[in-house]
Design a protein around this ligand. Structure first.
Ligand code: SAM
Length: 279
């Protein structure tokens, strides 16, 4: 196997977790150096299109609410939520990413940090009013349906869950911010993850694709009611490139999908089973 080998291949859960943790540990400094200024220290940006929670209010009122940020990275979003009066916990798998959060904690608004896997949240049932993530955890786990179930469990009835991921339709295109990124090449229905391997054949980076329908089905199967699917448009004046996100592509097709879902209150009937599921 040659160094830098890339494939669409199913790998085991343990190898996936190992790759994610070591990738984000090793990449933490570079990620912050490249994106830290855009993300800010006390700011909640949902995506490379720049959408801000301060303007969109996808989470609803946050003052006095208990909020969990999943896959927080340097936790700028959690700090913004705390600055708005929320009681926040910021969670991430990677010690490297959390080190940046720790540094920012000592310089700005401090938030409690927890190192854990989003597939096994270390909180009792009903601990939070709101959970959210901007590109954290969900695309990097082999079983995102389990993340949906875990978030559902730790939310109180009536709680809100919003998560941003790469828009599923982006997966059919080459991963390029330029004109090559306008060429549709990969099957939308291929759910095998994108995996990078080292020279020894170990997975070093894993990212998963789900279709729009898959994401909705995972939410509904966990018990959520889908409230909105936000596809941010590329702002006219925005020229910043972030990986494969660029003004060129962003003006033609969406780069981000933000799913907003609610955990029904106990007295609400949960009749929102997806078609084909036993009721
Ligand atoms: C693209 S970064 C996003 C970070 C941050 N939300 C932001 O907007 O910059 C993905 C984050 O997800 C975290 N992550 C990956 N897999 C995870 C898992 N299984 N559980 C919790 N966090 C995870 C990574 O460590 C990393 O900090």
């Amino acid at each position: 196997m040659i160094e830098g080998h890339v494939a669409r291949r199913v790998i085991g859960s343990a190898a996936n977790r190992r790759a994610s943790r070591s990738w984000w540990d090793a990449d933490a400094d570079a990620y912050q150096a490249e994106h830290g200024q855009f993300l800010g220290e006390v700011d909640f940006r949902w995506c490379p299109e720049g959408l801000r929670e301060a303007e969109e209010g996808l989470l609803g009122p946050v003052r006095g609410r208990r909020v969990l940020e999943v896959g927080c990275g340097a936790a700028a979003a959690a700090r913004w939520l705390a600055s708005q009066g929320a009681e926040v916990v910021a969670l991430d798998l990677s010690a490297g990413m959390l080190r940046h959060a720790q540094t920012a904690n000592s310089q700005t608004v401090p938030v409690p940090l927890v190192q854990a896997d989003a597939m096994a949240l270390p909180f009792p049932d009903g601990s939070f009013d709101i959970a959210c993530t901007a590109f954290g955890a969900v695309p990097f786990v082999d079983d995102s349906a389990r993340v949906m179930r875990e978030v559902f469990r730790v939310l109180r009835p009536g709680g809100r869950w919003a998560f941003a991921v790469t828009h599923p339709m982006r997966w059919i295109f080459r991963d390029d911010p330029g004109r090559d990124g306008l060429i549709a090449e990969y099957p939308y229905f291929d759910r095998r993850p994108y995996v990078e391997f080292d020279a020894a054949g170990r997975a070093t980076y894993v990212e998963h694709h789900r279709t729009v329908g898959d994401r909705i089905r995972e939410l509904i199967s966990a018990g959520f009611a889908l409230r909105d699917l936000v596809e941010p448009e590329w702002p006219e004046s925005h020229e910043e490139v972030w990986g494969q996100w660029s003004p060129l592509r962003g003006r033609i097709f969406p780069g981000t999908a933000i799913f907003v879902a609610d955990k029904p209150t106990t007295n609400q009937p949960t009749t929102n089973q997806p078609a084909g599921y036993p009721t």
